[in-house]
Design a binder for this molecule. Structure first.
Ligand SMILES: N[C@@H](CCC(=O)N[C@@H](CS)C(=O)NCC(=O)O)C(=O)O
Length: 228
């Protein structure tokens, strides 16, 4: 049995959720309420001492870190394949995954936090990621070629959020077509936030800076107190 610890608004959880659905796997959703501090309970800390979702437990085997979970699912459940076998296509897929995580996601975080001195850099960083994505996509329907891959799943979760935060796809028509293709898929439809959930999430973001400071302190306390 696969247990998937997640929260619906969690951007790192959604690619795992989409991958589970795209692979047609049976799994149980285990919601972790981050608002109520569910990530800090002793039961959850036993799964991930860093107190972060997503976490996947497959027949007792626990995997943390979203990208590691995606790799695990791909190897353990290879059908349908979500990584290309061609070496250059694979490199392209990995680049898009890593740019999504290491460039676009931090830019989204900075845009969400609305710190005035970071907005210009964040917008530029996000816009550059989109330019890179468009180059990598070329004329193919997906980053890995003709088939959906983990790159589409990861970037396909983060790009719409960047757009909602004001990063325009108007200069990137191929990316818009790519995104429309993805968001029409069942796995995207099933995992997207409702209008009310999105509204609630965006409102809660206003309090996020304060909450994150508190969580950082909580996490630091936990790590310091459990240091070997
Ligand atoms: N590198 C981790 C990042 C996971 C992460 O930061 N998850 C957020 C939710 S999107 C979290 O658990 N935050 C806990 C908190 O804010 O206390 C991954 O890729 O899984």
């Amino acid at each position: 049995m696969i247990l998937f610890y997640f929260a619906k608004p969690s951007l790192f959880s959604r690619p795992v959720w989409i991958t589970l659905l795209e692979k047609g796997l049976e799994f149980e959703l285990v919601p972790v309420s981050m608002e109520k501090g569910g990530q800090f309970t002793p039961e959850f800390r036993a799964l991930n001492p860093f107190c972060r979702i997503p976490v996947l437990v497959d027949n007792g085997f626990c995997v943390t870190e979203s990208q590691a979970i995606l790799d695990y699912l791909e190897k353990q459940y290879p059908q349908p394949p979500l990584l290309p076998s061609d070496v250059q296509a694979l490199a392209k897929v990995r680049m898009v995954q890593m740019v999504s995580i290491n460039e676009l996601m931090p830019a989204i975080g900075e845009l969400l936090m609305q710190k005035p001195d970071q907005q210009t850099y964040a917008r530029h960083r996000a816009a550059t990621a989109l330019t890179v994505f468009e180059e990598r996509l070329g004329h193919a329907p997906y980053f890995g070629g003709q088939q959906l891959s983990l790159a589409d799943i990861v970037a396909g979760v983060f790009v719409p959020v960047a757009c909602e935060l004001g990063i325009d796809l108007v200069d990137h028509p191929p990316l818009q077509t790519w995104l429309d293709r993805l968001t029409a898929r069942d796995a995207w439809q099933q995992t997207q936030l409702s209008v009310a959930e999105k509204d609630r999430f965006l409102r809660s973001i206003r309090a996020l800076a304060r909450i994150w400071r508190k969580r950082r302190r909580q996490r630091a306390d936990i790590l310091l107190n459990s240091a070997p």
